[in-house]
Design a protein around this ligand. Structure first.
Ligand SMILES: [Zn+2]
Length: 287
C-alpha cells in the first residue's frame, strides 16, 4: 500500500457497518455502527459515522451483486435496486470510495495476508460468497459481476436468493442446511444447531450434512478445474474443522490431478472483508 496514508475499510452487513483504518498493512481497531433502517440513506449515514477524517480513501464491502460501484441487488437490502452506492458515499464523505462485493473483499483480504499468487475463497455463512484471485488480480469477468462462486449450479431445485435454483448456496450455507433439515422434519434455527445434532450422531443431521458435502465437492471440483488456484480457502461461520472433510476427500478424488490443491478451513476469519476492501480501493486508485 502506498505511503503513510490512512485508508478505511468498511464492511456493510444487514444490521450494521464495521470499519477499521488500514495503514502500512496494519489494521486499527474496528468501529461499529448499527443501522436505523435498511434504506440507502441509513447505510450511507452509518458508514459516515464510522469512517475517520484521517482516511483519504475508503473501500467498502457490501453483500450483493455489485457492478462498478453500483449495487444491483442485495439479499440483505431487498429494497435496493441498482443503487449508485459509490456515488452516494463519495458525495457524503467527500473522498474517493470504491465498492465491491463483501465476499470478494474477504478474498482480497485473505490473499493479502498470504504468499500464494492465486487464491480461491468460499465464504460459508448465511449464504455462500466467494472470490477468485488470479496472479494477484480479483477476477470480476468482462461485465464486472463475476466471482459469484456461491451461485454456480450444483444440482437440485431448491430456490436461491439470486432467483435461480440449485446453486451451491442452496446447500452449503445456513439457509441451505435449514431448508434441508426442515424438509426431513427437523426444523433448526441456524447452522450451529445442525452441528450440535451432527455431534450427537443423529442420523437425519448426518444425512443433511452429507448432502451439503456432496454439493460442496461438486462446486470445488468445477471451480478448481476452472481457476486452478494455488489454494482454496473456506471461511465463515460454517467453515469449521471436520464439517467438510467428505467434500475435501471427494474433491481430491475427482479434480483433475494437475489441479489438485490444498483446501484450508479458516473458521469465521472475521475482519478479512475490511482489510480487503481497503486494499482493493487502494489498488483501483493506483492502477
Ligand atoms: Zn443462486
Amino acid at each position: 500500500m502506498s505511503g503513510q496514508q490512512d485508508m478505511a475499510g468498511v464492511d456493510i452487513g444487514g444490521s450494521g457497518v464495521r470499519c477499521a483504518v488500514v495503514r502500512d498493512e496494519k489494521v486499527g481497531r474496528i468501529e461499529r455502527s448499527y443501522l436505523r433502517s435498511r434504506s440507502v440513506s441509513s447505510v450511507v449515514e452509518a458508514v459516515a459515522s464510522v469512517v475517520p477524517n484521517s482516511a483519504v480513501l475508503v473501500g467498502v464491502g457490501v453483500p450483493g451483486f455489485v457492478r462498478q460501484g453500483r449495487v444491483l441487488s442485495s439479499p440483505n437490502f431487498p429494497e435496493w435496486r441498482d443503487v449508485a452506492l459509490r456515488e452516494r458515499l463519495e458525495h457524503r464523505l467527500g473522498r474517493p470510495v470504491q465498492v465491491l462485493n463483501d465476499a470478494n473483499a474477504a478474498c482480497v483480504g485473505a490473499w493479502r495476508q498470504r504468499s500464494e499468487r492465486s487464491v480461491l475463497m468460499l465464504t460459508l455463512g448465511t449464504g455462500v460468497g466467494g472470490g477468485a484471485i488470479q496472479n494477484g488480480v480479483l477476477q470480476l469477468g468482462g461485465r464486472h459481476t463475476g466471482s459469484e462462486l456461491g451461485h454456480i449450479y450444483v444440482g437440485g431445485d431448491a430456490p436461491c436468493g439470486c432467483g435461480s435454483t440449485g446453486c451451491l448456496e442452496t446447500w452449503a450455507s445456513t439457509v441451505g442446511l435449514m431448508r434441508a433439515a426442515e424438509a426431513c422434519g427437523h426444523p433448526i434455527v441456524d447452522g450451529a444447531a445442525l452441528v450440535d445434532h451432527v455431534h450427537n450422531g443423529e442420523r437425519w443431521a448426518l444425512d443433511v450434512l452429507s448432502e451439503a458435502n456432496t454439493a460442496l465437492a461438486r462446486g470445488l471440483v468445477s471451480l478448481v478445474n476452472l481457476y486452478a488456484p494455488d489454494v482454496v480457502l473456506l471461511a465463515g461461520g460454517l467453515a469449521q474443522p471436520g464439517l467438510w472433510d467428505d467434500a475435501c476427500k471427494t474433491f481430491a478424488q475427482r479434480v483433475i490431478a494437475c489441479n489438485r490443491c490444498e483446501i484450508e478451513v479458516l473458521g469465521a476469519a472475521d475482519g478479512l472483508a475490511i482489510v480487503g476492501a481497503a486494499y482493493w480501493a487502494n489498488q483501483q486508485v493506483n492502477s
